[in-house]
Design a protein around this ligand. Sequence first.
Ligand SMILES: Cc1cc2nc3c(=O)[nH]c(=O)nc-3n(C[C@H](O)[C@H](O)[C@H](O)COP(=O)(O)OP(=O)(O)OC[C@H]3O[C@@H](n4cnc5c(N)ncnc54)[C@H](O)[C@@H]3O)c2cc1C
Length: 522
Amino acid sequence: MTNEFDAVVIGSGINSLVAGAMLSKRGWRVAVLERNERAGGAIATRTDLFPGYTVELLSSWHPLFVGGPAYAELASDLTRLGVEYLNTEDPTGVICAAGSAILSTDISRNTAQFGALGDLAAWNAVMSDFGGRADLAFGLLGTDFWRASAAKFGWKAWRKLGKRGLLASGAELLEPAAPWVDRTFESPVTKALLAPWALHNGLGPDDAASAFITKVIAAAISMGGMPIPLGGGVKLVEALCTLIAEAGGELVTNAEAVRIEVTGGKARSVRTASGVVYHARKAILASVTPQALYLHLLDRINVPSQFSAAASSFRYGRAGMQIHLAMSEPPKWTTPGMGKVALVHVLDSMDSLSESVNAANRGFLPRRPTIVVGQPAAIDPSRAPVGAGLLWIQLQEVPREIRGDLAGEIDHTGGWTTDVRDRYADRVIEQLKQHISNIDSHVIGTKVLGPADLAELDVNLVGGDPYAGDCRVDQYALWRPLNLANGHKTGVGSLWHIGASTHPGPGLGGGSGYLVAKRLLD
Ligand SMILES: Cc1cc2nc3c(=O)[nH]c(=O)nc-3n(C[C@H](O)[C@H](O)[C@H](O)COP(=O)(O)OP(=O)(O)OC[C@H]3O[C@@H](n4cnc5c(N)ncnc54)[C@H](O)[C@@H]3O)c2cc1C
C-alpha cells in the first residue's frame, strides 16, 4: 500500500502538529505518523483515570504556546475550532522555610508582595532592565539561527547594545541563577520564589544561563499568567489535527516510523513498522531524538559521518516524575491564598534546591525535593467534579539511574523499581502534608508516574528525561540538537529535524515546528 503527501511528519507532539497545521493552512497535504494510539505526545489528557476528573498526565501549562509565534499565527483557527484559554492572576507562588509569596500578574499586588519582602526596588530594577531588552531576550529564544533573519537580529542587538554592551550581555546570559538571586535580592523567600523556575527549562540554579532563563520566565508569567485550555490540552491537539484534516491531511496512529528512505541525497518516504510507505513530495519532518534519527531511522550510508558521531554523543538530562492526586474537596493549604495559585513550588530554600539538583545529577534521590504543585482546577473548574480538588505534582530533580538515596532510607539496589518509585512518591507526599492539611482525609485517587512510565508514554523522553535531552548550554540554542550547529537541517535533503531535542528546546511553544514550517513556506 502506498500514500503520497506533500509532507510526512514523524511523531504527533506539539511541534509536529504546529508544523502540520501551518503547512496545511497553506494547502499542503500532510500525513502525521504517530506510534502511540493517541496523538499529542507529552500532551496526554486523560478522563479515564479518576471518574469525573480531567487529568493532564504529563504537560499542563501553556504560557509558552499562548505567548509564542505559533499561537499568534493559528489563534483564529484554533478559536474557530473551540480552543478556549483560561488564565489566572496568580500564576505562581512559593512556600519555603523562610515564608511564602505569590507572584501575580497584577502590578499593585506585586508591589505589595515584594515590598513586604524588602525586595521591591530590586524587583522593579530587574523588570525594567529586562523589559528594556525583552525583545532581544525573547528574540534570542525564538530565532532561527541559520536564516538571514538571525543576522538581522544580531545587527539589531549590536545597534541597541554596542560592542561592550553585547559582550557584557553575553556574560550576563551565561550567569547561573544562584549567584544572581544572591546578589540581587535580600529575602530568601524572593530567591526561592524565582530560582526554581530554571528547573522548568531543564536547568538547575548552578547551571550556566539559569539566571537568564529565570528572568525570562519571571517576566513572561508576571505579564502573561499561566494559561491552560478549557477541558485540557487534548482540545488543542484535536483542533490542530482538524486543521490538518481540513486540508486533506491525515493523522495515522499506531504507525511507528521505522525507516526514512533516501534516494539521490533526498529523503523521499517513510516506512512504518507495519510496512506502509508514505511518500513525501516536498519534505519529511522527524520529531524524534538525534539517536533515533541518525542511528536508526536513516540508513547509515545516507548519514554524513560527523552527524552520526554528534548524534551518538547527544546527552539526556535528569528524569522527571508526576504524581496526580484526585481529592474529594479542594486542598486546604496552611498558607492563605495558595489554593488559587496555578503552580506552587514547595521547597526548603535555595540550599535545598541546589542540593537536590546536584543529588539527582549524581544519581541520588533528593532528601528535600523541590515539589511543583499544580492546581489546574483552580483555573479550569471543569477539570474536577463540583466541590472537589485535583493536584498535578511534578518532580524535576530525579536521577535517571539511581546510585543512592541522599536520605539513606530507600533501598535502590534493584534500580528504578515500582517500589522505589512509590516510596519516593510517599516521601514527597509526606512533605506536602505539612502544607496541605487534608491530603490524608480527602485524597480519593493517586497515580504516580516514574521515569520508566514517562519513557513508555513518549519514547522521546529517554530514561524519563521530560525535556528529551540535557538543556545545559552546550546542548542549547546554537548547539541543539547537535554540536555541529546545523539547526534543523539534517545533512539529508528535504529532511528536517524538529521536536524538543532541537532548538528552541522543550516546552509547549511548538517553536521548532513553527521555525521549520516557516522555512518551508517562506
Ligand atoms: C511530565 C512533563 C510535564 C511537562 N510540563 C510542561 C508544561 O506544563 N508546560 C510546558 O510548556 N512544557 C511542559 N513539558 C515539556 C513539553 O511538554 C514537551 O517539551 C513538549 O510537549 C514536547 O513536544 P514535541 O513536539 O517535542 O513532541 P513530544 O510531545 O515529545 O511527542 C513526540 C511524539 O513522537 C512520537 N514518536 C517518536 N518516535 C516515533 C516514530 N519513530 N514513529 C512515530 N511516532 C514517533 C512519540 O510517540 C510522541 O507521541 C512537560 C514535559 C513532561 C514530560
